[in-house]
Design a protein around this ligand. Structure first.
Ligand code: C2O
Length: 634
């Protein structure tokens, strides 16, 4: 069936085709009010779009007729679903291509960026040299800190109708991660999301780059670069002071009040115990030291141990096929319904996204228990983890951009210093492009400008005219924080023979660990990596989800496992995100973990390993048996 898939390329019929903007334009009348709490208006963009002069007409357009979605033709639902599934699986083999055609925001009354019709799109021109340096927020001098505040104040003062306003900038993130872009407007259930795949790192690099450009334009200072929250260094492991002053434009009331002055937990997903007050003078205390060490090990794991290849570090290919599993039901008419209302995108994020990045979002966002200011989302339901703790609203907190500046730096360090080479070779990735609004001065009568930027344009930050400060790069405190064993070498061996086999699907509930004994491990094949694959991870995206994976660890010690220990292989993490699941929907995820260092560090030599899954948050199901395979890359 897979070979039946095809992409039909036909010449575009109109020269005046434009792309959807990645920034709400000033054409929208019903823009957000009251700090963007209400839904933005979304103008349907209709069936237009161009991809380098060709219309990318996926086979599913033809299949749309087959399924009767648009044409109302009665076709056996099994046949239609199977055809669609096969077509999507084929596209997953090479990585799904993101095209303007597929990214049309056609909902109404939702925060879609409205039409960019009439706005000229220019191609991005690489800068070629790094003229600007991004520095740690906590080390800014007074003058630089004032500049940062002034620039954000000016951005916040722009009317929401201006695409460069803070409201509009925040809405870009919301539209791209809260289900308002669809692969195909006729398939309501296939939202496009900039998280959970290999799109994550480059899209966010582009997004904050244009945010930075607008800030620079607003203060007329060509040297300004977006400061980063240096949470990977002990002195930066708390919300920087500049964001805490109530009178500052960088302040946001929707943060977890208990965490404002606390040492950040880079492995955080839900509250456990009392936060440790952040105080560099406490550095001698064991609990403080332990927490700092755990944070440093988390970054070591994220960047080095788990980041052995682009797929493991940046995330797997974008593939919406995981979204298209038709729920099995005996009632055929119900099956059609399920396939249209519950089909979801998957989560195949890499360690860059899953680890410190996710933890900081949840750490800063309001906790579930603290529902002081729940804000209604576009779906009308309250979202109490606002702002940072819920991806749809995260861009409303000014700290988001400095947080992502450090996430971006982590990618930069991985690519330059850690030999990660930047990313993937696949043209589906390299040629993916997005358009963003550039700075323009409305008061001077300047017209809005859109810039098209491709992933290949942003692999090297020098092309974007910036780099990160060399000082911090010279002494990365996590570089030598290799995890240490929880079980001393020669300590209690596991006893696989007595353990009952795991029965799938497995249900993971916080605090109830699940053993998967005797997972076969193929013999080492040359330079290939030994990779543990956990597929069919089902979870509810409206709440956070997390489980840790430990190797050959006795059950009684497993709850202690974390990034600071050698037995830790990694975690599956999902930040609460889109509310587009309607009632009771689930997403499917996949976790790929390189085991080579873990196995070497714990001295595992057998032809099977015992995996222990330690659930930390959310209710999760694992539908498919675990496997270990030899892969050329990760
Ligand atoms: Cu788009 Cu940190 O999220």
């Amino acid at each position: 069936m897979a070979s039946a898939s095809a992409t039909l390329l036909v010449p575009a019929t109109s020269a005046a085709l434009t792309a959807p903007p990645a920034c709400p334009s000033n054409h929208s009348k019903k823009t957000a009010t009251a700090r963007g709490r209400r839904s933005l208006s979304c103008r349907a963009t209709g069936g237009r779009g161009a991809d380098e002069g060709l219309l990318w007409l996926p086979r599913r357009d033809v299949l749309a007729g087959l399924t009767g979605v648009t044409a109302g033709i009665a076709v056996h639902p099994d046949l239609a679903a199977a055809a669609l599934q096969a077509e999507l699986e084929e596209s997953c083999r090479r990585g799904e291509k993101v095209t303007d055609r597929l990214l049309e925001c056609t909902d109404s009354g939702l925060p879609c960026p409205p039409s960019s019709r009439g706005v000229q799109i220019v191609d991005f021109t690489p800068a070629g040299e790094a003229k600007r340096v991004r520095r740690p927020v906590h080390l800014l001098d007074k003058e630089y800190a004032e500049k940062y505040k002034e620039a954000v104040a000016r951005m916040k003062a722009l009317p929401g109708s201006n695409p460069c306003s803070f409201t509009s900038q925040a809405a870009i993130h919301e539209a791209y991660c809260d289900g308002h872009y669809r692969f195909d407007p006729t398939e309501k259930n296939r939202p496009f999301d900039v998280h959970f795949s290999w799109i994550f790192a480059p899209w966010h690099r582009m997004y904050i780059y244009f945010y930075e450009r607008i800030l620079r334009g607003l203060i007329g200072d060509d040297t300004f670069a977006l400061p980063y929250w240096n949470w990977d260094a002990p002195a930066g492991m708390a919300l920087p002071a500049i964001f805490k002053d109530r009178d500052s434009p960088l302040y946001d009331p929707n943060r977890n009040q208990a965490h404002l002055d606390a040492l950040v937990d880079l492995d955080f997903i839900n509250s456990r115990g009392k936060p440790i007050p952040f105080d560099k003078n406490l550095a001698a205390q064991p609990a403080y030291d332990e927490a700092v060490n755990k944070n440093l090990s988390t970054i070591y794991q994220q960047q080095i141990r788990s980041g052995k290849g682009a797929r493991c570090f940046l995330g797997d290919k974008l593939c919406s096929a995981t979204s298209l599993r038709v729920k099995e039901t005996n009632d055929r008419s119900k099956r059609r319904q399920d396939s249209s209302s519950k089909l979801k995108r998957g989560n195949t994020s890499g360690s860059l996204e899953r680890m410190a990045h996710s933890a900081v979002h949840v750490w800063i966002g309001r906790s579930k228990a603290d529902q002081g200011t729940c804000a209604a989302g576009h779906d009308g339901k309250p979202h109490c983890s606002n702002d940072m703790g819920f991806l749809g609203s995260a861009g409303r907190d000014p700290v988001f951009y400095s947080h992502h500046s450090n996430v971006d730096r982590m990618w930069h360090l991985w690519a330059t210093k850690l030999g990660g080479t930047g990313g993937f070779d696949d043209p589906e990735w390299l040629d993916t492009s997005f358009v963003f609004y550039d700075y323009f001065d409305e008061a001077k009568g300047e017209e809005p400008k859109l810039v098209r930027v491709r992933i290949r344009d942003v692999l090297d930050t020098r092309n974007l005219g910036y780099t990160y400060d060399a000082e911090s790069e010279q002494a990365l405190p996590w570089m030598n924080r290799k995890p240490t064993p929880l079980v001393p070498r020669g300590g209690s061996p596991s006893t696989p023979a007595t353990k009952p086999a795991a029965v799938f699907p497995l249900t993971l509930i916080p605090d109830q660990l699940v053993e998967v004994p005797s997972v076969p491990r193929p013999g080492k094949d040359g330079d290939k990596l030994q990779v543990l694959v956990i597929e069919g991870i089902e979870f509810d995206p409206t709440n956070g989800a997390k489980f840790d994976v430990a190797i050959n660890l006795p059950k009684d010690l497993a709850p202690k496992v974390g990034p600071q220990y050698s037995e830790y292989a990694g975690s599956f993490v999902s930040v609460a995100s889109s509310s587009d699941t309607g009632s009771g929907g689930t997403l499917e995820g996949k976790l790929t973990l390189v085991l080579d260092d873990v196995l070497a560090d714990i001295g595992a030599s057998g032809d099977t390993v015992d995996v222990v899954l330690v659930p930390r948050a959310g209710e999760i199901k694992i539908n498919l048996p675990l496997r270990i395979q030899n892969d050329d890359f990760c």
